[in-house]
Write a protein that binds this ligand. Structure first.
Ligand code: GRF
Length: 223
């Protein structure tokens, strides 16, 4: 029997993307993957409550940024999780370089815009959607990418567009994008579990032919 892919989810917020993964993989018979640990940047966040409800162990990282114990704590927590894949789902801290190196090709992030636009330092939460609205762009979307040493910068794995509609404010746009995130992220994780894509030696994402086209999700209700 194939081993179940163990996923560690890193989160800083409400954890709706975590929930999408829990719903898709945990407690599902014959699932090829499961969330094995939720690692939070601070106590009391929604993601930890969702983990508890799902019976998944949770942990809280020490306060502060790289160099203040974050690196050691992350390595320790990812070890406990026996993580085959690390998913950043609304995680606001920069991952320390040695952790990025150790998990290169096995660490992914979801971003609520079409990178490389509207990403980078400061582009999180409503700031992303406000910037999209300010720009006048009529299309935004969802990006899942491998994590590298910079915010929102590693090789792009998958993207899906979302329209910007007249009368949108940041909340309305965020909600429309978030709904698509909840479909794209489990699809990408399933692809990883099935070996459908990988980070190649030159740093690009290489997909097995047409896997994404044949295995995605029904987006018809979105537009
Ligand atoms: C999502 O929009 C995600 O793309 C971004 O942070 C948000 C997290 O939302 N990186 P949630 O905690 O999963 O609800």
């Amino acid at each position: 029997m194939k081993d179940v892919l163990k996923i560690a989810v890193l989160a800083s917020g409400s954890g709706t993307n975590l929930q999408a993964l829990l719903d898709r993989f945990n407690g599902v018979p014959d699932s090829s993957a499961r969330v094995s640990r939720v690692i939070a940047s601070r106590a009391g966040i929604g993601a930890l409550a969702r983990a508890e409800v799902a019976g998944v162990p949770g942990a809280v990282l020490p306060a502060g940024d790289a160099g203040t114990g974050l690196q050691a704590a992350l390595f320790a927590e990812l070890d406990v999780a026996e993580a085959d894949l690390v998913v950043l789902a609304g995680f606001l801290k920069l991952i320390p370089v040695p952790v990025v190196s150790a998990y290169r090709g096995r660490m992914i992030n979801i971003h609520p815009a079409l990178l490389p636009a509207f990403g980078g330092p400061g582009m999180f939460g409503r700031h992303v959607h406000e910037a999209v609205l300010r720009s006048g762009a009529r299309v935004t979307g969802v990006t899942v990418h491998f994590v590298d040493e910079e915010y929102d910068h590693g090789a792009i794995i998958a993207q899906w567009p979302v329209p910007v509609l007249s009368g949108d404010d940041a909340e309305r746009l965020a909600a429309r994008v978030l709904e698509v995130e909840h479909r794209v992220l489990p699809a990408v994780v399933l692809g990883f579990a099935e070996g459908a894509f990988e980070l190649d030696p030159i740093g690009d994402c290489r997909w097995r032919d047409r896997w994404f086209a044949g295995n995605t999700f029904n987006m018809e209700s979105e537009v």
